[in-house]
Ligand binder design. Structure first.
Ligand code: OTU
Length: 654
C-alpha cells in the first residue's frame, strides 16, 4: 500500500501544531523523535483505522490532524516538563533502577485531598518512595462510581479532592521530593454521565459511535458465549440495556461504565489528546486501566486482542513524540503468558515498544498461593514463565492493591500439578476467607464456596495479624507480610507498597453501611489512613513499628544492591524443598541469591549444591539483611528470607 503523502508532510503537520516561536533546537528534537517513532505509529494506525476512511487520502488527513494535536500539546508543555523529557531521553532506564519504589493510595483515604497529599510527602520520603500512584482523582460519575473508575470528565478534578491547580502543585511538590506522580487513565470506558455518553443518549450519532450498542440481544448473546465476568454477582453480564437509546450497551464492568469503541478513530484521537493534556499538567506516569479489554472480536474472550496491543503501541509512539518523559503502565490482569506482550518485545527482527511498566499480577497472586499451600511449585511455574524484560521496561511488583486477588489468572499453572484446578484454587480462596487458617479475608463475588473468583482483605488480615493472639502468632504474621514484600523487592521490577501495609493496617468493614460501597467488598481493604498507627511507627513496643522498621530497612538494603535493578538477569533455582523459592539475580561474577521459605517449618539449604552447575566460586555468603555471615549451608526458619551476596564480592554500593 503506497503512502499517499510523504513522511515530510506528516512531520510538517506535527511542527505546524507547535508554536512558530518554538526555539529551533526544540523543533529539531521533535523532528528527531518523529523520525524515530513515526514509522511504527503509521503502521499501527493504518492497520487499525485506514479502512474506516473513504480512501487513503482521508486517512492521511486524519493522521495529520492527530499529529497537529500532538504538536500543539508540545507547544503547551511547560518548560520544566520539556526539560524533564530531555533528561529522561538521556537516561531511559531511569525508572528501572534499584532505588525505584512505588506507593499506591486513594487521595481521600490517604490525605483527604490533593493538598493533604502534599502534607504527607515526608512519610513517602521516609519509605524512599519515588513514584506515587494516586487512585482515580478525576471528576467521577455522580453517585456510585467504582472508586472513581467511572470518569465523567478527563479535564476536571473530583471536586472533593481539589482543583486542576492543586493537581499541578501536587505534581510539582512531589517532583521536588524526587517522586513521580502516576495517575490512572481509564481508557477502556467512561461513566454514563460523561458528556460523550450523554450526547449518545441524546441521539447524537457522532457520539453513539463512541460506544458499542446493539438494538437487540442477538449480538450480545453471541458475544456472551465467550466472555468472562469481572463482577459476576453485582454486575453480571457484559451488556446493559439503556432505555434512552433503547439498546444494549457494552459494559464490561458496572452498567454505568460504558466501554469505548476503539474501532472508531475519533475515540483513539480524543483519548490520546486527553492523556497528553494531563501529562502537561505534570502527571509523569499513567496507569492504563483494563488494557486487556480494548478490542472486541466475536468468538473470543475479547481480551488481549492484537489490536489492543496496537492501540497501546500507537499511544506509546505518540507519547514518545509529544511527552517522552512520561511512563505508561499497563494494568492487565491476565494469564502469565499474556502479560509480557504489554511491555513490547526486543526480538531480533523488530523492537516493539508498548508500555514501560506492567503489573505482574500472576506473580502477586501466586505468592499468595505459595503462602497458603506452604509450597512454591505454582509460583516457580510463574517465575519460569516470566521472560527477560525488553530493554527499558520493568515489571510492577506488588503484594496487594485496591482490587481483589483474582485466582483465575493462575489456572494454567494451577493445573500443572496433577490435581483438580477448580478445587485447588477454591481451597486457596477458602483459606484466605479464614477457613481453618490464620487469614481474615473474604471471598470476592462468589457466594458459592466451591466457585473461585477472588479474595479481598488487607495484607495484614491475610497474613494473620488480625487473628494473632500471642506474640508468636504476631511474629509469624509479620514474617509472612515481610516475606511477600521481600519477594516484590527482589524479583526485578518496581515494587509498590499499598497504603496501610507499611503500618500493618487492617480491614475496614465500614463500607457495609455506605450505600455506594456496600455491594462491593473490595472496600474491605480500602481503609482510611490510621494516624494512630502512623504515630506508633517507631514505637519499639508496637507491631506496627516492627513491620514499618523492617520494611524501611529492607528498602534501604535494596537501594544498595545493584543486582536488584529491574533489568538485571534472574535465574530461577530449584531447591529440593518445595517450600523454598530461590533465584539468583545478577551475573555469576557478582550474584545475589534470594531464598525464601514459604512454610512454617525450618528448611536447610546447601548453597553449593543449589548452585551446582553455575560457574560460581564456592565461598562464604553474607546475608545483606542482617549483615551476618551465612556460610554455605543455611537454615531458613518459618517464613524467613535471605538476600545473600558473596562475602568478597557483594556488588553493593560503597
Ligand atoms: C480495574 O480492574 C480497576 O483496577 C478496578 O478497580 C476497576 O473496578 C476496573 O478496572 C474497572 O475500571 O480486570 O484489568 O477486582 O481486578 O476489575 C481490569 C477486579 C480489571 C479487578 C478488575 C480490573
Amino acid at each position: 500500500m503506497s503512502v499517499p503523502f510523504t513522511t515530510d508532510r506528516f512531520l510538517a503537520s506535527l511542527l505546524a501544531g507547535m508554536s512558530p516561536t518554538m526555539p529551533s533546537g526544540m523543533r529539531e528534537r521533535v523532528s528527531n523523535r518523529f523520525q524515530q517513532h513515526f514509522p511504527v505509529l503509521y503502521q499501527d494506525l493504518q492497520h487499525l483505522y485506514a479502512k474506516k476512511f473513504a480512501d487513503e487520502h482521508a486517512f492521511a488527513l486524519w493522521l495529520m490532524d492527530l499529529l497537529c494535536m500532538a504538536g500543539n500539546s508540545i507547544a503547551q508543555r511547560p518548560a520544566l516538563l520539556l526539560e524533564l523529557d530531555q533528561q529522561r531521553s538521556e537516561d531511559r532506564e531511569w525508572f528501572t533502577k534499584e532505588n525505584m519504589l512505588g506507593y499506591c493510595c486513594y487521595v481521600d483515604r490517604f490525605a483527604g485531598d490533593l493538598k493533604g497529599v502534599q502534607q504527607r510527602i515526608p512519610h513517602l520520603q521516609e519509605l524512599g518512595v519515588t513514584y506515587l500512584h494516586l487512585l482515580p482523582f478525576l471528576k467521577a460519575r455522580a453517585g456510585e462510581n467504582d472508586g472513581g473508575f467511572a470518569v465523567a470528565d478527563f479535564d476536571a478534578i473530583e471536586p472533593r479532592f481539589g482543583t486542576m491547580q492543586d493537581l499541578e502543585q501536587t505534581c510539582d511538590a512531589l517532583r521536588k521530593a524526587g517522586i513521580s506522580l502516576c495517575s490512572d487513565f481509564i481508557l477502556n470506558h467512561v461513566a454514563d454521565d460523561h458528556p460523550w455518553a450523554i450526547a449518545a443518549k441524546n441521539g447524537d450519532a457522532r457520539y453513539r459511535d463512541y460506544f458499542y450498542h446493539y438494538p437487540d440481544r442477538s449480538e450480545p448473546d453471541a458475544f456472551e458465549k465467550h466472555l468472562g465476568q469481572v463482577f459476576p454477582q453485582v454486575a453480571p453480564g457484559n451488556f446493559s440495556y439503556v432505555l434512552d437509546i433503547q439498546a444494549w450497551v457494552w459494559t464490561t464492568f458496572y452498567p454505568y461504565q460504558w466501554d469505548l469503541n476503539y474501532r472508531n478513530p475519533a475515540v483513539f484521537a480524543d483519548m490520546t489528546a486527553a492523556l497528553l493534556r494531563l501529562a502537561n499538567r505534570g502527571v509523569e506516569a499513567f496507569r492504563l486501566d483494563s488494557t486487556a479489554f480494548l478490542w472486541k472480536r466475536a468468538g473470543t474472550k475479547c481480551m488481549n486482542q492484537p489490536e489492543a496491543h496496537q492501540i497501546l503501541q500507537a499511544l506509546r509512539s505518540l507519547v514518545d513524540i509529544a511527552a517522552p518523559g512520561v511512563l505508561l503502565k499497563a494494568e492487565a490482569i491476565v494469564e502469565t503468558s499474556d502479560l509480557p506482550a504489554y511491555l513490547g518485545s526486543n526480538d531480533e527482527t523488530r523492537i516493539i515498544k508498548e508500555c514501560h511498566l506492567a503489573y505482574h499480577s500472576s506473580l502477586m497472586a501466586a505468592s499468595w498461593v505459595a503462602l497458603a499451600e506452604q509450597d512454591t511449585s505454582l509460583i516457580r511455574h510463574v517465575v519460569a514463565a516470566t521472560p527477560a524484560l525488553p530493554e527499558q521496561s520493568s515489571w510492577l511488583t506488588y503484594v496487594r492493591c485496591h482490587d481483589d486477588i483474582g485466582w483465575n489468572v493462575l489456572r494454567p499453572e494451577a493445573c500443572l500439578e496433577a490435581e483438580d484446578v477448580q478445587q485447588r484454587l477454591a481451597r486457596v480462596s477458602r483459606f484466605y476467607s479464614g477457613e481453618d487458617s490464620y487469614a481474615r479475608g473474604q471471598s470476592f463475588q462468589a457466594t458459592d464456596p466451591g466457585a473461585v473468583h477472588g479474595t479481598v482483605g488487607m495484607a495484614s488480615a491475610l497474613t494473620g495479624f488480625t487473628s494473632a493472639q500471642t506474640a508468636e502468632e504476631k511474629y509469624l504474621a509479620r514474617q509472612r507480610l515481610l516475606l511477600l514484600y521481600g519477594l516484590s523487592f527482589c524479583f526485578g521490577g518496581m515494587p509498590l507498597i499499598y497504603m496501610g501495609d507499611e503500618l500493618a493496617q487492617e480491614n475496614d468493614a465500614a463500607y457495609q453501611h455506605i450505600t455506594a460501597q456496600a455491594v462491593d467488598s473490595r472496600w474491605l481493604h480500602r481503609p482510611a489512613w490510621d494516624e494512630n498507627l502512623y504515630q506508633q511507627r517507631h514505637d519499639s513496643l508496637s507491631h506496627t513499628a516492627a513491620v514499618f522498621d523492617a520494611l524501611c530497612h529492607m528498602l534501604h538494603v535494596r537501594r544498595q544492591l545493584l543486582q536488584l535493578a529491574a533489568a538485571t538477569p534472574r535465574q530461577l533455582l530449584t531447591p529440593a524443598s518445595p517450600a523454598v523459592l530461590a533465584f539468583m539475580r545478577g551475573s555469576t561474577k557478582q550474584p545475589l541469591l534470594y531464598l525464601a521459605n514459604f512454610s512454617e517449618n525450618n528448611v536447610s539449604i546447601d548453597i553449593n549444591a543449589l548452585l551446582a552447575g553455575y560457574d560460581i566460586p564456592a565461598q562464604a555468603w553474607l546475608n545483606q539483611l542482617d549483615r551476618l555471615d551465612a556460610g554455605t549451608c543455611v537454615t531458613l526458619t518459618a517464613y524467613a528470607q535471605l538476600w545473600l551476596t558473596q562475602k568478597n564480592n557483594p556488588g553493593a554500593k560503597a
